[in-house]
Design a protein around this ligand. Structure first.
Ligand SMILES: Nc1ncnc2c1ncn2[C@@H]1O[C@H](COP(=O)(O)OP(=O)(O)OP(=O)(O)O)[C@@H](O)[C@H]1O
Ligand SMILES: [Mg+2]
Ligand SMILES: [Zn+2]
Length: 150
């Protein structure tokens, strides 16, 4: 069955496609989709895919993604596709890639890190490994895995 037939087309919003099967829930977590989230949201899991076997897809009505959100999604769903939907059509499509440096996106889990002191220092992590993700805080130099950060 064509995937669009399972969920009604949306007029305006965002579709995150080609998420590795099983990671769709994490993408929802990153976008703050939980109790009280206002937008109509669909999570499709285990959709058959020509290239990846199975994939997850997230669709959110009337939502545009900020760069910070896209960078964070890249941590759990590298190579996913970010589609912008306007008037029922895909108006832009880009591949979500993990940047080498993540700035101001997540707090450093080290309570003694200078980024957690009162001075306004933006958090900064260098991506040391992509799969599985390992991030090193530029300030306290501690190495973290994804579970430590999200
Ligand atoms: N109006 C819409 N509402 C909801 N989902 C949509 C809408 N338009 C497209 N999509 C979904 O967005 C994704 C990208 O749509 P597109 O038409 O570009 O498909 P595609 O040609 O298979 O793209 P790709 O080459 O990235 O796999 C698909 O999962 C599609 O089902
Ligand atoms: Mg496709
Ligand atoms: Zn730190």
């Amino acid at each position: 069955m064509k995937e669009e037939l399972r969920v009604k087309k949306i007029k305006d919003g965002t579709v995150i496609d080609h998420i590795k099967a099983g990671k769709g829930k994490k993408v929802l977590d990153i976008l703050g989709v939980e109790n009280g989230f206002p937008n109509v949201t669909a999570l499709l899991m285990n959709v058959p895919s020509k290239t990846a076997g199975k994939k997850d897809i997230v669709k959110i009505e009337n939502k545009t993604l900020r760069k910070k959100e896209v960078d964070k999604i890249a941590l759990v769903a590298p190579h996913a596709t970010w589609n912008v939907i306007k008037d029922f059509k895909v108006t832009s499509k880009s591949k979500i890639e993990l940047p080498d440096l993540l700035e101001g996106i997540m707090k450093c889990p080290n309570p003694k890190c200078v980024t957690n002191m009162n001075e306004p220092v933006k958090s900064k992590f260098r991506v040391e490994d992509k799969e599985p993700v390992k991030l090193r805080c530029v300030y306290c130099e501690r190495l973290f895995s994804l579970e430590d950060l999200i």
